[in-house]
Design a protein around this ligand. Structure first.
Ligand code: NAP
Length: 307
């Protein structure tokens, strides 16, 4: 079985930073990723709050830069999906769809995926008008009218992005105030191509071959109505990708991995960083910070365990 000093599961900003710090500390480091490096950065049009990029940077560009930097100091990269974790004496074993891998310290950086809305029609029309990624799919909606569901940073930022392509975006939010950061809210309220439907929930996504409408309900008045739309973009939060580490029982009720301030899970030599971790602020900058802290601790842990 291939054995590394450190295995990092997930190549989003947290995992890429962990791999950078770990390999730069001359630890034999493996970066494991099942998809594209960059994680959710890849589905973000513009990142304007990551320090060092005063004019903003596209998510794909920042992903590529971080990956290049992570691999610069010798971290290896492998495409595989982590399926489970086991402890074997001093080793942590990652079970993947391409075989088992072992390490002295493990950094869980598997991130989170979009949470489904759960209404009728959502699963049926996924890929046929229902999308979770405006950056990926906006171009298909040139000249169309689309709905965005949610009131957080992701929903509002991506709704604003969609207005560049569409004739109108309707933002459907279940409350009467947005959760998104104030600066983003202000932009949304001032955007002519964006209409906000307050206190409104989606009852059903309807169509034939493609999405044609959303059936809605005002939660205050109980009034139901239908809006014709060509697409529905769902941004109602995230679900942590922690299924593969359930065997170690380090997760909270919602599936986030609990850690202390040093990113330790409570299981010696096992760390969690970024969006999969239970924490208050989920940003690229805090993901990167988590990665740096975990890798620095992992180095200390490995050194001490070899004494
Ligand atoms: P979020 O902040 O958890 O917001 C989810 C939104 O969806 C909330 O407005 C919530 O409504 C709504 N919602 C949840 N369940 C719903 C349901 N079943 N039906 C209808 N609406 C529902 O999630 P996010 O926007 O994906 O962001 C995730 C994290 O990433 C956050 O920490 C966010 O700050 C961060 N992020 C940051 C940036 C940035 O800084 N530029 C960009 C994107 C994401 P309520 O408000 O009523 O709860």
């Amino acid at each position: 079985m291939d054995t590394y000093d450190v295995i990092v599961v997930g190549a989003g900003p947290a995992g890429l930073t962990a791999a950078l710090y770990s390999s730069r500390a001359k630890l034999r480091t493996l970066l494991l990723e099942s998809g594209l490096p960059g994680g959710q950065m890849n589905t973000t049009n513009e990142i304007e709050n990551y320090p060092g990029f005063p004019d903003g940077v596209s998510g794909t560009e920042l992903s590529a830069l971080m990956e290049r930097q992570a691999l610069r100091f010798g971290a290896e990269k492998r495409t595989a999906a982590a399926l489970g974790l086991e402890l074997d004496g001093n080793l942590r074993v990652v079970k993947t769809d391409r075989g088992d891998l072992a390490c002295r310290a493990l950094i869980i950086a598997s991130g989170a995926v979009p949470r489904p809305l759960g209404c009728p029609g959502e699963a049926e029309f996924r890929g046929r008008g229902v999308s979770y990624c405006a950056v990926c799919d906006a171009a298909f909606y040139e000249g169309c009218r689309v709905a965005v569901v949610g009131g957080g940073d992701a929903a509002v930022e991506e709704a604003l992005y969609l207005t560049r392509f569409t004739t109108e975006v309707i933002l459907i939010h279940r409350r009467d105030s947005l959760r998104a950061t104030k600066v983003v809210q202000d932009r949304a309220l001032a955007c002519p191509g964006l209409t906000i439907l307050w206190d409104t929930v989606v009852q059903e996504i309807q169509g034939k071959d493609q999405v044609q409408a959303v059936s809605l309900r005002n939660v205050k008045t109980g009034q139901t109505f239908t809006e014709s739309v060509d697409g529905v973009f769902v941004y109602v939060g995230l679900t942590p990708s922690s299924g593969f580490c359930q065997t170690l029982h380090p997760t909270s009720v919602l599936g986030y991995v609990k850690t202390d301030e040093n990113m330790c899970t409570g299981i010696p030599g096992v760390y969690a960083v970024g969006d999969v971790r239970e924490k208050m602020l989920r940003q690229v900058v805090t993901a990167a910070s988590d990665g740096a802290i975990a890798a620095t601790h992992a180095e200390k842990y490995i050194t001490e365990s070899l004494l």
